[in-house]
Design a protein around this ligand. Structure first.
Ligand SMILES: [Zn+2]
Length: 416
């Protein structure tokens, strides 16, 4: 019998409930058999793995990444990544998946790239292989003609509605990604953009996706763009900066999940990143330390603070929050961004078990990964062991002690 008993000093099961002190998880084959408190008198059969000085958590799920891009702040490198062909992009994608595994990420949802390389990678390289992680992909995103979004997608063709475009191209993707606003202004704090599509267009698009069994994820910042997406009953709002209290309440009432991607904004407040964002040029050289740079930094910091307030409010209201890092954005590196986003969820006031809940059970539900998300009987034995008590999280994720996927111990890197 292949029964293993995993003894852990602390066990966080992914449900957001109380942390189990001195927990025992029994696994057999690929599955979890039981989770309970340790009974010192018990004499059970099977192999015992002692992690009594460690914390056990479920494998982590990142609901928003861009695998073709790294978090590099070098604009020449970014340009190269943006225009790379499939073979070159494939190497980046594999490296970024490995970087995720290094920090315990067992499933990601790719939110789009302009050539659909990630979808092709999944179809060609993931087929019939036993990679220990799950990749779901939106393929190329949709944006309105002339609006923001060309870095990760394309507009419907001339004379074609968004719904028709989805009907024409949905083969092979795991979800539909729609861009319904601009990005946050780094010049004017809180400036909002108009929706890219109206509620009716979004409703028809959502119906077209649903008819194909596909959930819809929507990039939306600001009151109006979020309102039209939520009214169209999409599955998730990505980013959602400045969406406001009323939208949060609507999201709770309609069961829409929020993916706040807060660290992507914190990355922009980094002085090194501000430098490359500024548009003030002296010939071919960027001017260092201009007033513009300081201004951008200030706006990014204010925008981040507002987003953390919204997360606090969402928690009080009862909105489902899933963790997404937006890895691949400027200054947001695959893998470590999981640690950084979890830190911000803690900073917004969530206790560690609830932050982990966002990165496990809520994410698994959003991505439709039934076997993942919690440590409970019948679920996959996919979990991490990190040194120390839960108060060492999320930093302890930078050096994972043991990593099991479907009951087998794995040692990254596995792909690259
Ligand atoms: Zn994104």
């Amino acid at each position: 019998m292949d029964l293993k008993r995993i003894c852990a000093g602390w066990l966080i099961d992914g449900t957001g409930g109380a942390i189990l002190r001195n927990g025992v998880m029994e696994i057999t084959g690929e599955r979890i058999l039981s989770v309970s408190r340790m009974d010192p008198g018990a004499r059970n059969p099977g192999e015992v793995l002692d992690f009594s000085g460690c914390t056990l958590i479920p494998g982590l799920i990142d609901c928003h990444v861009h695998l073709c891009m790294s978090g590099t702040t070098d604009m020449t490198v970014r340009e190269k990544q943006l225009t790379a062909g499939f073979d070159e992009a494939g190497l980046s994608i594999a490296r970024h998946l490995d970087q995720g595994l290094d920090c315990g990420v067992v499933a990601v949802r790719d939110a789009g790239d302009r050539f659909g390389h990630t979808l092709r990678f999944k179809q060609e390289k993931f087929k019939n292989t036993l990679f220990p992680l799950r990749l779901t992909s939106a393929g190329k995103a949709w944006h309105a003609s002339g609006r923001y979004g060309s870095l990760i997608g394309r507009p419907p063709e001339k004379g074609e509605s968004l719904a028709q475009a989805i009907e024409r191209t949905s083969l092979g993707i795991d979800c539909v990604k729609i861009v319904n606003s601009g990005v946050n202004s780094m010049i004017r704090y809180g400036r909002q953009t108009l929706p890219q599509f109206n509620t009716e267009e979004l409703e028809k698009a959502t119906q077209a996706a649903r008819a194909r069994g596909l959930p819809v994820m929507v990039h939306a910042n600001g009151v109006e763009p979020v309102l039209s997406a939520v009214s169209a009953r999409v599955q998730s709002i990505e980013h959602g900066f400045f969406m406001g209290t009323e939208n949060l309440k609507r999201m709770r009432d309609q069961g829409v999940t929020w993916v706040p991607t807060a660290f992507a904004m914190k990355a922009l407040a980094d002085p090194a990143v501000c430098k490359i964002r500024i548009l003030v040029k002296d010939g071919s050289k960027y001017l260092p330390h201009t007033p513009v740079e300081a201004h951008i930094q200030k706006v990014a910091e204010q925008t981040l603070a507002h987003q953390l307030d919204q997360i606090r409010e969402a928690k009080e209201i009862g909105v489902k929050i899933a963790l997404g890092t937006d890895s691949g954005s400027i200054g947001v590196n695959h893998g470590v961004s999981m640690v950084q986003e979890l830190s911000l969820l803690l900073e917004s006031g969530l206790p560690i078990q609830e932050a982990i809940h966002c990165a496990t059970e809520v994410g698994a539900a959003l991505l439709g990964l039934e076997g993942l998300g919690t440590l409970a009987p019948g679920k996959e034995a996919t979990f991490l062991v990190v040194k120390g008590a839960p108060n060492k999280l999320p930093e302890s994720l930078r050096q994972i002690n043991a990593f099991y996927v479907k009951g087998k111990r794995i040692l990254p890197p596995l792909i690259y």
